[in-house]
Design a protein around this ligand. Structure first.
Ligand SMILES: *Cc1c(COP(=O)(O)O)cnc(C)c1O
Length: 397
């Protein structure tokens, strides 16, 4: 009996998934921002003062939701007062980790315009995360339009001033009330927003890292290169272990070689000096499945290739090991190192502990390396609309 039941449900899934990916089908609705319905709150929250803002602790008055099911496709997008979700306890998100998220920010420029930074890259990545766990894909431009509308509705929550921003958390979950392990037939995208202050209030604060080889964050063929919620909970215990030994974060190593992959939840950049030529190299691990495809990482690589003089600098993506870093530091050829991600843009690294040995990285100048500070400035100028670069900054309309 149960055999036939599961066979029937398999057939149903095969059928619905063929509808899902058949773009000529008219029964399944694509995500359509023009259908947006807005219901505004009658109880606006008091706004926190700028010095009280804590990342991810307080949220704006509204949220965006769009439900999906395999028969009808994407439903009516809705912006409504921030509220609890009501889900059946059997919903697949609670059992099998059908969850993915994005992290992006909105910035107010000096003319009061609301800007987002390369959100199209976040939408592409969100679709890749969704595809990997068989959640539905969607038109990224439509979700960006909807997020723009949410930003406009909640614009009074976007703090003004350089360094201040509104953190945006687009999320997708599988919502089928069904304990069977299979592709979800129901899903929800929602987006919430949290006002945040500058990551560094009093100049840079360089971090101390524990090179971690006793736990692995990601591996080739795994899913560590996707922003799936399931990748983050397992990293807390190693982080706590590193903290007991006085380190701020993990420097994630991979393989017997000890390749440096990421710093906590940021991409890792190192600057080496070639002792023979004096030429410097900015490098980061390649996109081989063991690192998250950071939007900040991509932006840094592009700007550095374009703006650093090529007779003095090489900008590369290659595998490098903790041993190479250790040797360069001993010989005085480790110039600087930093983590890169949306939260801080760049986070200077001052120290690495590896199997009881200390690796020190120069951060003399204002608690940061020179290039690290330069990159922070390049990127924040584009984010706050002080400088236009390609289509990287988008004004919400
Ligand atoms: C989100 C994230 C990053 C940084 O990505 P950005 O798009 O630059 O914010 C890096 N590593 C991990 C593991 C991440 O989750």
């Amino acid at each position: 009996m149960s055999y036939f039941k599961s066979l029937a449900s398999l057939n149903r899934r095969a059928l619905t998934s063929s509808i899902r990916y058949n773009s000529s089908s008219s029964t399944v609705c694509p995500l359509d921002a023009s259908k947006l319905v807005i219901e505004k709150t009658n109880n606006p929250k008091p706004k926190k003062s700028k010095d009280q803002l804590l990342f991810g602790k307080s949220f704006t008055d509204h949220m965006l939701e769009i439900d999906w099911d395999s028969k009808n496709g994407w439903g009516t997008p809705k912006i409504s007062p921030y509220h609890n979700l009501s889900l059946d306890p059997s919903s697949v998100v609670f059992h099998y980790g059908f969850e993915l998220f994005e992290g992006m920010k909105a910035y107010k420029d000096s003319n009061g315009k609301i800007r987002t930074f390369r959100g199209n890259k976040n939408m592409e990545r969100m679709n890749k995360s969704a595809a990997r766990i068989t959640l539905p894909e969607f038109n990224g431009e439509e979700l960006q339009k909807l997020i723009d509308k949410l930003l406009i509705v909640d614009q009074d929550f976007i703090p003004e001033g350089k360094g201040y921003s509104l953190y945006i958390r687009p999320t997708m979950i599988g919502t089928d009330a069904f304990l069977g392990v299979g592709t979800p037939n129901q899903a929800k995208i929602y987006t919430i927003c949290s006002p945040v202050g500058p990551y560094y209030k009093n100049g840079f604060k360089p971090v101390s890292l524990e090179a971690t080889d006793y736990a692995v964050r990601a591996w080739p063929g795994g899913v560590g290169d996707k922003k799936l919620g399931a990748n983050y909970a397992p990293c807390i215990l190693p982080q706590q272990e590193a903290a007991t030994r006085g380190f701020d974060q993990n420097l994630w190593l991979f393989g017997d070689e000890g390749y440096i992959t990421e710093v906590g939840t940021m991409n890792a950049f190192f600057v080496f000096r070639d002792p023979k030529t004096g030429k410097k190299e900015l490098t980061t691990h390649p996109l081989d499945g063991t690192i998250l495809e950071g939007v900040t990482r991509d932006s840094i690589l592009e700007l550095a290739k374009e703006r650093l003089p090529s007779d003095e600098w090489d900008v590369t993506e290659r595998k490098f090991t903790i041993h190479e870093v250790q040797k360069a530091a001993e010989e005085g050829n480790l110039v600087e190192a930093f983590g890169a991600g949306t939260a801080a843009v760049v986070s200077p690294i001052k120290h690495i502990g590896y199997r009881g040995q200390d690796i020190d990285i120069p951060v003399e100048l204002g608690n940061t390396g020179e290039l690290t500070a330069q990159i922070a400035d390049w990127i924040s100028k584009i984010q706050y609309g002080e400088e236009e670069y390609k289509d990287w900054s988008r004004v919400a309309k």
